[in-house]
Design a binder for this molecule. Structure first.
Ligand SMILES: *Cc1c(COP(=O)(O)O)cnc(C)c1O
Length: 330
């Protein structure tokens, strides 16, 4: 089976497993796991921020990051198909007591004209106040679309003028970096708080980080423990993340090439594929998914008519070519 359902399905490589087995560890709730600390410092530095916090999932990193800049009863504005709005099961409302309003863009992009309309300043005790703007780069449900740095910088300026925060869901910021050459520091500079995932394209078995100021991270560390996600000798997982940062970032160019190859086979414009995700419509998406499975290719439907393919570390050039042949023939 060639598994194109998600880039979360990767299994740790032998070299990653060796790095995990050799990791120096300690009790991270006491702040004594040297491998976790090394990972947190490295990722904070990469994005030009003061501190970072290791979390078991990207959803938790997002929940902690958004809560760092939006108080209960305030709102965050985001694109309608943002992961924080659609795929975190309402955690930001259920756990953090904040609300969201959304704008829609077919490619998940920033739209400052619409944001200008949506934005709600502090109007006294009558209206929900906008406290933060959130963007996702790359944008998962918009087909792995990259948000150009210039647009993110314009968003930063818009937020500064209004004195609100910017949250960046950078679950796949690695893919955006490799696709555009934009530095992690430039991406980091447009956000007050970020979330990044090690368990997607980078191929770690688990782990994400929230990135931000020392104060925001100290507060998030308390919230993380309150939510039951204080972890102990978790350097075993952090070691997988450090290994992935060393070995699995630059190779994402291969995933992007494989995605374009698959797009072409499925009759989609490969030039519209920015990174490792391909989406296209079929009248009967569930039927298409079932036929692909019978032919040895696992793919996903992300809507009644929308198919999603995701390339990753465990899909070789050969796999991509074979899957392309299968899908083209369905
Ligand atoms: C996967 C993902 C996350 C985090 O997901 P978890 O499964 O909780 O690790 C956050 N944002 C985006 C855009 C994602 O694709």
């Amino acid at each position: 089976m060639i598994d194109l359902r998600s880039d979360t399905v990767t299994r740790p490589t032998e070299a990653m497993r060796a790095a995990m087995a050799a990791a120096e560890v300690g009790d991270d709730v006491y702040g004594e796991d040297p491998t976790v600390r090394a990972l947190e410092e490295r990722v904070a530095g990469l994005f030009g921020h003061q501190a970072a916090l290791f979390t078991p999932t990207g959803s938790l990193a997002n929940v902690l990051a958004v809560a760092a800049v939006v108080a209960p009863g305030q709102e965050v504005l985001c694109e309608a198909r943002a992961h924080i709005a659609r795929a975190e099961l309402g955690a930001h409302g259920a756990v953090s007591g904040l609300t969201m309003r959304t704008w829609s863009h077919p490619r998940g992009q920033v739209d400052l004209a619409v944001l200008g309309e949506l934005f709600a300043p502090d109007l006294g005790p009558y209206f929900v106040q906008t406290a933060a703007l959130s963007v996702e780069n790359t944008h998962n449900f918009a087909g792995g679309a990259v948000l150009p740095l210039a647009d993110l910088q314009a968003l930063r300026a818009f937020a500064d003028e209004r004195q609100v925060a910017v949250h960046l869901d950078g679950a796949r910021i690695w893919n955006a970096h490799v696709a555009t050459g934009t530095s992690f520091a430039d991406y980091g500079a447009i956000a007050d708080v970020l979330a990044v995932c090690l368990s997607k394209g980078l191929g770690a078995p688990a782990g994400s980080l929230m990135v931000g100021s020392a104060d925001a991270i100290a507060a998030a560390r308390v919230r993380r423990k309150r939510l039951g996600a204080g972890m102990r000798q978790v350097g075993i997982l952090a070691a997988a993340g450090l290994h992935a940062l060393d070995h699995h970032v630059e190779r994402l160019v291969d995933d992007h090439a494989h995605a374009r190859l698959l797009a072409e086979a499925c009759g989609t414009d490969p030039a519209a594929v920015d990174t490792n995700i391909v989406t296209f419509d079929r009248a009967d998406a569930p039927g298409f998914v079932a036929r692909a499975r019978e032919a040895g290719v696992l793919i996903g439907a992300v809507g009644a008519r929308t198919i999603r393919l995701v390339t990753h570390l465990d899909v070789s050039r050969d796999d991509a070519e074979r899957a392309a042949k299968v899908l083209a023939g369905l």
